[in-house]
Design a protein around this ligand. Structure first.
Ligand SMILES: NC(=O)c1ccc[n+]([C@@H]2O[C@H](COP(=O)([O-])OP(=O)(O)OC[C@H]3O[C@@H](n4cnc5c(N)ncnc54)[C@H](OP(=O)(O)O)[C@@H]3O)[C@@H](O)[C@H]2O)c1
Length: 106
C-alpha cells in the first residue's frame, strides 16, 4: 500500500486530507504535526522517515496569512521557501515518484 507523509497535518488543508483519507483505503497517510516534523529542520523529516517509511510527501505546512507574513518576513522565508526546499531535496534524495506541494498565496 503506498503511503504519504502529510506535513502540517494539523492545519486547515491538512485537516481536509484527514477528512477524505477514509475514502481512499488503498493509500496510507501519516499525519505529522510541526512537533513531529518541522520542515525547517531536515533531521526531523529523516527521523520520521526512519521510523515510518513513506513513498511520498503531501506538504500542507506553511506560514500563512498575509498579515503575519508581512510582520515576520524572516519566518515566512524560512518556512515557505527554505522549508519547502528541504522537502524537495528529501523527495529527490529518496527518488519519490509522487509528492505534492501546495502553495497558493506567497
Ligand atoms: N486552506 C486551503 O483551502 C488551501 C487551499 C489550497 C492551498 N492551500 C495552501 O496550503 C498551505 C497550508 O494552508 P492552510 O490553510 O492549511 O494553513 P494553516 O491552517 O495555517 O496550516 C499550516 C500548518 O503548517 C504548520 N507549520 C507551520 N510551520 C511549520 C513548520 N516549520 N514545519 C511543519 N509544519 C509547520 C502549522 O503548524 P502550527 O499550527 O503548529 O503553526 C499548521 O498546522 C498554504 O501554502 C496554502 O496556501 C491552502
Amino acid at each position: 500500500m503506498p503511503s504519504y507523509l502529510v506535513t502540517g497535518g494539523a492545519g486547515q488543508l491538512g485537516q481536509c486530507f484527514h477528512t477524505v483519507a477514509k475514502e481512499f483505503p488503498e493509500t496510507h497517510l501519516f499525519f505529522a504535526s510541526r512537533n513531529e516534523v518541522d520542515i525547517t529542520r531536515p533531521e526531523t523529516l529523516a527521523n520520521f522517515y526512519n521510523k515510518n517509511p513513506f513513498d511520498g510527501i503531501i506538504n500542507c505546512a506553511a506560514y500563512t496569512m498575509l498579515i503575519r507574513q508581512k510582520k515576520n518576513q524572516e519566518s515566512t522565508f524560512k518556512i515557505n521557501t527554505e522549508g519547502l526546499q528541504n522537502l524537495i531535496d528529501f523527495a529527490e534524495e529518496k527518488a519519490f515518484n509522487h509528492s505534492f506541494f501546495y502553495r497558493l498565496c506567497f
